[in-house]
Design a protein. Structure first.
Ligand SMILES: Cc1cc2nc3c(=O)[nH]c(=O)nc-3n(C[C@H](O)[C@H](O)[C@H](O)COP(=O)(O)OP(=O)(O)OC[C@H]3O[C@@H](n4cnc5c(N)ncnc54)[C@H](O)[C@@H]3O)c2cc1C
Length: 397
């Protein structure tokens, strides 16, 4: 593992610092933390923000230049996210496209698919969603039942997806469908690209614990998708999905961890200005101890992230060990939310919109949002199974 940055990397950091200081719009500064991706107006602003970042060369930095990226290494990409976090700037909106579908298409997509979509993912012209989960296929994803039947040059889709984040604003989705119901569970699945405005697609928002509806049910009734939209081989979509999921658990977790650091810095600042029982929360030994615990955990996440990064930089692909970061991140994220609640006290329950809400209710939002951290991108129990069986080599039962 290499801890020192090169001179070129250091000067890149300074360049980014100066650019962010001059370019983060005032209405977005500070909104990278506990922010909404459900509200249509917020999404429009974030789409514009991604376009600004793209024009400056800061989106898809680790993507090869032939695909519209900067051809920089993942290190510069991570540095950029770190500086964005310090500048309290929101991250690019099109996270599923940039961190999951983009790398998947580069590995498994046809020339036409790459040519059609990669540029538009970068510019946020196409916002993408992930249509994997179904009512009876969450942890047991290979149980998915959405059917795709070949009719000439088209697949006809029927079924239902659920928990599809951003589907209500997405232009396209990458979906897993069953193309051979007679085959074994993990076989007979195909990965395909779906235009979310196709006739027969119905999107119903689901209200979450935060009060917002960022994820959705997606119903597919005789939806026609060109056979040319299949990524990889028909009936071999499980392997393609594994690529997507490893990026979700590895690179995306690294990005989530950087957001967690922003939250921790805000929490420390909060403890330094919140008075309880006649003294500052930051002066209370128990709170101090808990904050120190969070700082140690955050540092462990950073080092583990660097370990994965080093592996990828040396030509490896994200592997099951990326699950360690996701598992630990979700635990630290929930601990952080709980400690914020302790620091604030009963006022922590007051949501945005009330004059009594601390930090405009962003902590209340964060605490509710954190409930999902141990569920999305693989539940805590499933990640423990993966680590036990595939990394530690423990017996299956
Ligand atoms: C905020 C958020 C955003 C999401 N966004 C998306 C999205 O954009 N696209 C998408 O496709 N999905 C999305 N999901 C869905 C997510 O991937 C699933 O919720 C997750 O995979 C769990 O599936 P499930 O909800 O069906 O729960 P289940 O699989 O039914 O699990 C229920 C409980 O049983 C436990 N369990 C299940 N099987 C086992 C086992 N073998 N051993 C031990 N314990 C087990 C689980 O850990 C869990 O606690 C999102 C979820 C959340 C919370």
């Amino acid at each position: 593992m290499e801890f020192d940055f090169t001179e070129t990397q250091q000067s890149f950091r300074l360049e980014v610092l100066a650019w962010l200081a001059a370019n983060v719009p005032a209405e977005l500064r500070g909104r990278g933390f506990a922010s909404s991706r459900a509200d249509l107006e917020a999404v429009r602003r974030l789409r514009d923000w991604q376009r600004t970042l793209y024009k400056a060369g800061y989106v898809g930095m680790d993507w090869p230049t032939e695909y519209g990226g900067r051809g920089a290494s993942l290190v510069e990409q991570v540095m950029f996210y770190e500086e964005m976090s310090r500048a309290q700037a929101p991250q690019p909106l099109n996270r599923s496209g940039l961190s999951m579908l983009g790398p998947t298409l580069m590995k498994h997509g046809t020339a036409a698919q790459k040519g059609r979509h990669l540029d538009r993912i970068l510019t946020a012209e196409e916002i993408w969603c992930q249509g994997f989960s179904e009512p009876n296929a969450g942890s047991d994803l290979a149980n998915l039942q959405t059917r795709a039947v070949l009719d000439g040059d088209w697949y006809v889709l029927n079924g239902q997806k659920v928990w599809t984040s951003m589907a209500h604003v997405a232009d396209w989705g990458f979906f897993l469908v069953r193309t051979d119901p007679a085959a074994a569970k993990h076989k007979g699945i195909t990965f395909l690209l779906l235009d979310m405005r196709s006739p027969g697609v119905t999107i119903r928002p689901l209200r979450q614990i935060t009060g917002e509806a960022e994820f959705n049910e997606v119903f597919l009734d005789n939806v026609r998708v060109p056979a040319a939209n299949v990524v990889g081989k028909v009936n071999e979509g499980w392997g393609v999905a594994i690529t997507t999921l490893s990026y979700e658990r590895d690179v995306l977790t690294m990005i989530r961890h950087i957001s967690l650091r922003t939250a921790l810095e805000r929490l420390i600042a909060l403890a330094k200005r919140t008075r309880r029982n006649g003294q500052l929360a930051s002066a209370e030994p128990v709170i101090r101890q808990k904050l120190a615990g969070l700082m140690v955990a955050e540092r462990c996440l950073q080092l583990n992230g660097y370990r994965s990064l080093t592996k990828i930089l040396k030509g490896g692909a994200p592997g099951p060990e990326g699950s360690t970061s996701k598992l630990f991140w979700s635990q630290v994220d929930q601990d952080l939310a709980e400690i914020a609640t302790e620091v604030i006290g009963p006022y922590s329950q007051i949501a945005a919109g009330s004059p009594w809400a601390v930090d405009e209710g962003q902590w209340e939002f964060y605490c509710c949002l954190a409930r999902g951290s141990g569920i999305r991108a693989g539940t805590t129990e499933i990640l423990r199974n993966i680590l036990g069986e595939r990394v530690l080599g423990l017996p299956k039962d």
